[in-house]
Design a protein around this ligand. Sequence first.
Ligand SMILES: Nc1ncnc2c1ncn2[C@@H]1O[C@H](COP(=O)(O)OP(=O)(O)OP(=O)(O)O)[C@@H](O)[C@H]1O
Length: 313
Amino acid sequence: MTASSAPPRTPARLSVRGLTKHFGTVRAVEDLTFDVSPGHVTGFLGPNGAGKTTTLRMLVGLTTPTAGTATIGGVRYTELTDPARTIGVALEASTFHPGRSARAHLQMFAPAAGADAARVEQLLALVGLTGDAHRRVGGYSTGMRQRLALATALLGDPDILVLDEPTNGLDPAGIAWLRSFMRGFADSGRTVLVSSHILSEVQHSVDDVVIVAHGRLVHASPLAALAALAVRTVTVDSPDRAALTDLVTRRGWASEPAGAGAPGALRLLHVRAAEIGAAAFAAGVELHLLTEDAPGLEDVFLRLTGQTTGVAA
Ligand SMILES: Nc1ncnc2c1ncn2[C@@H]1O[C@H](COP(=O)(O)OP(=O)(O)OP(=O)(O)O)[C@@H](O)[C@H]1O
C-alpha cells in the first residue's frame, strides 16, 4: 500500500514557538520550541504525562495555549483556509459513535473534508478495514480504532499527518504497515509528526526526534545525532561486591545499578572492559561478569527524559 499519489501543494513546516499550557497548577507544556520539516517523519517522544497530547491539541486548535504559538506553514490552525487539505490529525483516544459503522463514520466526515464515496472506500482499503467496514465501531478492537482514526485523518488528503501514539493496540503487522505508510507519505514530500512514549517503537520510522519531559524540550535533532549520544557501558559483577564497589569508587568510574537483566551487578559508564579487567586483576578483585553492552538508543532516551535511576556521569 502507498500514500496518496497527489503531490503536496505547499511543503508546510510546523513551527512551535514558546508554546506553554498550564492547567491550574499543572504545567503541562512549558516554553516549548521546535520545528517539523516537510519530507521528514518526526518522532515526538516523551514519557507519560510529558505534554505530547496537549501540544498536539494546541497545534490543531483544540486547546488554547497559555502562551506561545503553534503554526502550520506560518499560520495558526484556526486561520487555515482549507484545514482538512492541510493537516490530518489522529489524536489519542479518538472517540467514535459506538453504534455507527466505520463506513458511516467516514461518510459523515467526508463532505467537510471534500472527500467523496470513492475516497471513503479507498481509505477503508488502505487501512485494512474493508471487511469490517459495515460493523459497529463499538465492537472494534483498539487496533481497529487506530486504523479508523488514521483513515479519518487522511480524508482530506492532507499535506501533514499528525498521529498521537498510533501504534497503541496495533499488532506487529499493523505496526510494520504503519511504518512503511509513514515513510511513503514523507517521501512524497509531505510531513509526518508521530508521538510515542517508547522510542524503540518509532526509531525505525523517524528521521528526526523531538523529545520532551515534564512539558519541556530536552532534545531535538536528526535521529542519527541522537545515536551519537549513546554512552558506552560495561556490566560488571563480583562475588565480593563490597570490594568491587570500593574499586569503582577509588577509580572514580561513573556507575549505576545494572537493573533487572543482571540483579545486583553494576553498570559502569565511559570505560572499556579491558581497563576494568586490568584494574580488578591488579586490585585482586575477582570478577564473574564483565560484559561490554551495545549502546542502545532507548538508553539515551531514558537518560534524556530522566527515566533512569542510579548515578550517571
Ligand atoms: N484537561 C486537562 N486538565 C488538567 N490537566 C491536564 C489536562 N490535560 C492534560 N493535563 C495534564 O497535563 C500533563 C500532560 O498531559 P499530556 O496528556 O499532554 O501528556 P502526554 O505526554 O500526552 O502523556 P501520555 O503519553 O500519557 O499520553 C499531565 O500532567 C496531564 O495530567
